[in-house]
Design a binder for this molecule. Structure first.
Ligand SMILES: Cc1cc2nc3c(=O)[nH]c(=O)nc-3n(C[C@H](O)[C@H](O)[C@H](O)COP(=O)(O)OP(=O)(O)OC[C@H]3O[C@@H](n4cnc5c(N)ncnc54)[C@H](O)[C@@H]3O)c2cc1C
Ligand SMILES: NC(=O)c1ccc[n+]([C@@H]2O[C@H](COP(=O)([O-])OP(=O)(O)OC[C@H]3O[C@@H](n4cnc5c(N)ncnc54)[C@H](O)[C@@H]3O)[C@@H](O)[C@H]2O)c1
Length: 435
């Protein structure tokens, strides 16, 4: 039986951040049952932003029509997809090779606990002094008739051809981002949300403004539509909802993600988890002291994002190397929806401030006419500042083509002694590698 100091299950941003840090001092094994690199580079953040390269150029050119540009370039979907694949297709091999280069052993297969310190992968057993679960999440399945006809964000991000009519189910990050890609690339797009509060974490005033811009860009946003069934029709598919039926050639289910824990055999060894993820303490330790969990698979209310996954991987590396023993203390976590306009926030949210008017006040600023935004014709740009009672800015929400830049500047300004976490993927998120 092979013996390791640390075994990491899952080679996504969380598992890899940990593996790289441990590699020079420990004997480390990483087990991966799909694509090395995990969700973010293969079918999440990076894949999406490769497509956004073309999408953003078309959108910026649309804003400048009549201001020096005569037309906006059209998207050639197969070419854009080929560009995305030129990046994604090399990710799994390159990631695994990098891990091996720094001395990490890698294994392909699904890991299952046999004991607290023992895993089985394809009938081979591996002993670890510590075992770290970093298995991430997968799309949540809708329980409606015909759900097997629905596709996911992973399918969308690898489409050979762009279907003419696309429906996105869900009013979260994925639907808002992919709907914009599809519509800007020329599809007829409908976004269906089951209640009246899409993107509920963000200020509803900015969400309403975003939806206005989506509508102006030709995206139909249907609120209050509970999905009920999916059917095949003579011409494609039909989504039946409480607010009517929607015909489409492709329907993407983006109603949230659930932790990858089913195959791990957690019950067998008594690791506490539920449908929201694995329970950990403030040291990212499960109820079994030698087993930890990091990244999206952890049950927590903080946003499930790449910078958070990497931060946890880094933190746990310090713990396992004996460099620190304090509880995890997260920096402010900025969030962004790369939508028809970018919607981003950091610090005390407007929603929190509106519930606690004794301590916070919100200032609304239409900045579309400011030089920075006027120059790129970002006419609807808006900033909401949350201030405490002495007038100090403690939170910011932005709707603008430049929202990522501004929020990253506020990540620096509001950091208060922590190394700031930046939105990913952005220029600022590269800073950690520029030293
Ligand atoms: C469409 C989309 C867009 C996104 N965009 C952004 C964005 O712009 N910015 C951002 O910050 N975040 C974004 N995210 C979220 C981001 O991708 C995740 O937060 C991040 O990937 C989490 O990293 P992780 O290592 O915890 O999990 P993952 O990246 O999911 O990696 C987990 C790995 O574990 C493997 N695994 C699972 N079970 C087992 C098992 N039993 N045995 C072995 N291996 C196993 C999986 O195959 C996977 O490779 C996006 C997500 C999606 C789906
Ligand atoms: N820019 C980014 O950082 C980014 C981009 C994409 C994804 N992500 C990550 O991926 C996660 C998953 O994205 P997502 O958009 O799938 O999830 P989400 O949680 O953001 O949104 C899911 C939406 O589906 C709705 N919903 C839930 N159950 C439903 C049901 N039965 N019927 C109809 N609607 C239902 C919810 O109300 C919610 O609006 C995000 O939470 C985030 O952590 C991040």
């Amino acid at each position: 039986m092979a013996d390791y100091q640390t075994i990491i299950i899952g080679a996504g941003p969380a598992g890899n951040a940990l593996a790289y840090r441990l590699a020079s001092t420990q004997k480390v094994l990483v087990v991966e049952n799909d694509l090395f690199g995990g969700t973010c580079p293969n079918q999440g953040c990076d894949a999406k932003k490769m497509l956004y390269s073309g999408i953003e150029v078309r959108q910026q050119a649309q804003r400048l029509q009549g201001h020096g540009l005569a037309s906006a370039p059209k998207i050639n979907w197969p070419d854009l997809m080929a560009f995305k694949r030129s990046y994604t297709e090399q990710v799994p091999t390159a990631t695994e090779a990098e891990l091996r280069n720094v001395g990490v052993t890698t294994v392909h297969g699904t890991a299952k606990f046999v004991a607290a310190d023992l895993l089985e992968v394809d009938q081979h057993q591996y002993h670890g002094d510590h075992i770290v679960i970093a298995t991430g999440q997968r799309p949540h399945q809708l329980q409606i008739p015909g759900a097997e006809l629905l596709k996911t964000s992973r399918d969308f991000l690898d489409l050979d051809q762009l279907p003419a009519r696309i429906v996105f189910i869900g009013g979260g990050y994925i639907s808002f981002e992919l709907a914009n890609i599809a519509a800007t690339a020329g599809a007829q797009v409908t976004l269906i949300h089951h209640n009246q509060r899409p993107l509920k974490q963000f200020p509803q005033m900015l969400v309403a403004s975003l939806i206005q811009q989506m509508t102006a860009a030709g995206i139909q946003v249907q609120l209050g539509a509970e999905p009920q069934a999916v059917k095949k029709t003579a011409t494609g598919l039909q989504l039946q909802t409480s607010a009517g039926d929607f015909d489409a050639d492709l329907i993407i289910n983006a109603t949230g993600r659930q932790p990858n824990i089913d195959a791990l055999g957690l019950d067998q060894v008594g690791i506490n988890a539920d449908v929201h993820g694995i329970n950990v303490n403030d040291h990212l330790q499960t109820n079994l002291p030698e087993v930890y969990a990091i990244g999206d698979v952890v049950k927590r209310t903080l946003p499930k994002l790449t910078p958070v996954a990497s931060f946890e991987g880094d933190y746990l590396a310090d713990q396992l190397l004996g460099l620190r023993d304090d509880a995890i203390d997260y920096p402010l976590i900025p969030t962004i929806v790369f939508g028809t306009e970018k919607l981003a926030q950091i610090g005390v949210s407007v929603n929190e401030a509106q519930k606690d008017t004794r301590h916070f006040q919100v200032t609304e600023m239409d900045v579309g006419s400011w030089y920075t935004y006027n120059r790129i014709q970002d006419k609807n740009a808006k900033v909401l500042l949350v201030k405490d009672m002495v007038g100090q800015v403690v939170g910011v929400s932005v709707l603008s083509a430049l929202a990522d830049e501004l929020i990253n500047h506020f990540a620096d300004r509001l950091a208060q002694g922590h190394a700031p976490l930046y939105l990913y993927p952005t220029t600022a998120s590269d800073l950690a590698y520029l030293n």
